[in-house]
Design a protein around this ligand. Structure first.
Ligand code: SAM
Length: 172
């Protein structure tokens, strides 16, 4: 679904933040026309399991690296696309990550993300079963404003009421 929401036929250099066990990075490599995917996570155990899970035929395309999405160890305007699959709501300060994503995206580069909103995270059942930092909570208006403040306009989105958003943004 996200692939169809992007505007470009391919995205040669991609960054994924919060790659977890590495499944998303393999999807990016196979479906987004990536020549190279740098997949990052703040947790060394996740990076280790992502390396273990990597399909041998994708070894040349995907690199895993320990990095904090709130302070990325990458130069400005490097990437054609940045991906965040369910990561911002795990941050102590999600706005810092949006700022960093905007910094490392090329002009015209695209951000693909899916995230739950505050009302979902505050749902009794979700709170009982999971732990998330308050600094990772936002609603649609807050999210849209933060993107615009960082020169990212929403290209396409699919919003599920107050629950979650699937979205592609483009850096001006
Ligand atoms: C819910 S998991 C999502 C994993 C993967 N994207 C997926 O869809 O399966 C959230 C991931 O974000 C990572 N994470 C949390 N804070 C982070 C940060 N500041 N920088 C980079 N990764 C972070 C966690 O270690 C975890 O792997």
């Amino acid at each position: 679904m996200l692939r169809n929401m992007g505007s470009q036929p391919e995205y040669p250099l991609c960054l994924e933040i919060g790659c977890g066990a590495g499944i998303g990075a393999q999807v990016i490599a196979e479906q987004f026309g990536a020549r190279k995917v740098l997949a990052t996570d703040i947790d060394p155990e996740q990076i280790e399991s992502a390396r273990d899970n990597l399909m041998p035929e994708l070894r040349d395309k995907i690199e895993f690296k320990l990095d904090d999405a709130m302070a990325l160890d990458e130069p400005d305007e490097k990437f054609d696309a940045v991906f965040s699959f369910g990561v911002l709501h795990h941050m102590e300060d999600w706005r810092k990550a949006v700022k960093e994503i905007a910094r490392v995206l090329k002009h015209g580069g695209e951000l693909f993300f899916e995230e739950p909103f505050r009302p979902f995270l505050r749902n009794f059942l979700v709170r009982s079963l999971t732990t998330h930092p308050e600094g990772g909570e936002f609603d649609y208006e807050e999210f849209k404003t933060a993107l615009l403040e960082n020169d990212i306009e929403i290209l396409n989105m699919r919003r599920i009421r107050d629950i979650a958003i699937f979205c592609v943004g483009r850096k001006r």
